[in-house]
Design a protein around this ligand. Sequence first.
Ligand code: ADP
Ligand code: MG
Length: 316
Amino acid sequence: MDSGRLAVIALGGNAIAGPGMDVSVESQTAAVKRASSIIADVLADGWRSVITHGNGPQVGYLSEAFEALPPERPRQPLYIATAMTQAWIGLLLKHSLEEELRRRGLNVLVPVVISRVLVDVSDPSFNNPSKPVGPIYGREEAEELSRRYGWVFKRDPRGGFRRVVPSPRPVSIVDRDLIAEASAESPAVVALGGGGVPVVERPGGVLEPVEAVVDKDLASSLLATQLNADLLVILTDVPGVAVNYGREGERWLRRAAASELKKYLREGHFPPGSMGPKVEAAISFVERTGKPAVIGSLEEARQVLSLQAGTVVMLG
Ligand code: ADP
Ligand code: MG
């Protein structure tokens, strides 16, 4: 089965949850089914893939569920919630990918790899948590949670307060060899959900999970580099990358040199919570490997993988 070019495909929120990030099992199943059918078409074209995915809506849901427990019941740390979403979304993807592949004459079992990502204990984000997770709280609730669990809160642009956690940069994908082995056996592997379970290395090589969230696009870029993939593909809910997005002078980029995107990034065209990490992920894969990366919409995945749609990022 180890033939065909390898693409690391990162799926965004629209591939794993319903409209408005609805996480009812019906909405998730419908979203995942649609994504799986599109990806199965790509695999039928001869690609092999390692599929990564976000987990924002699902982690938010789990935080709310934990919150609703009586105060005397234990809370689970965020890294456990991340691992839970890897299994949860992994199962849904596995199930429908296998089904869609079978329909196309490919009888395979899709491995789901619980994946960890190494981060640096001295990453500056540990002193400046900024990644929002979970629901919006009122001031009093936020103060109470902060007292009880030591959580850090920031004001949300929509009003109220949201918990923020560190978002360190990924240093290495701990389970990369396992993912590579799985990839040699199956044209589709699901791995690195939610950007991976973040761990730090303690003296003696002991790995210890940490309360943080790694950006799934940055982690996927590193995985693609470490797997020596031929292409990094970031699929989301817009046709690609635009300058002046949603403003006067909006212009969608078909092809862009990494250096040109760096300039736009500095000029503030790509916000940190959405398009910023995707563009950074693409730049870093291209600069480290000399191979292309592409950012495009899930609907157009087939054309995106053949670089006929989306924004193609090249060296230069
Ligand atoms: P995902 O959930 O797929 O990982 P995000 O929602 O984090 O993706 O980011 C995709 C969103 O980024 C798009 O829906 C779009 O609204 C927004 N966006 C912000 N700036 C840009 C830009 N310059 N070009 C294209 N999309 C942008
Ligand atoms: Mg989104």
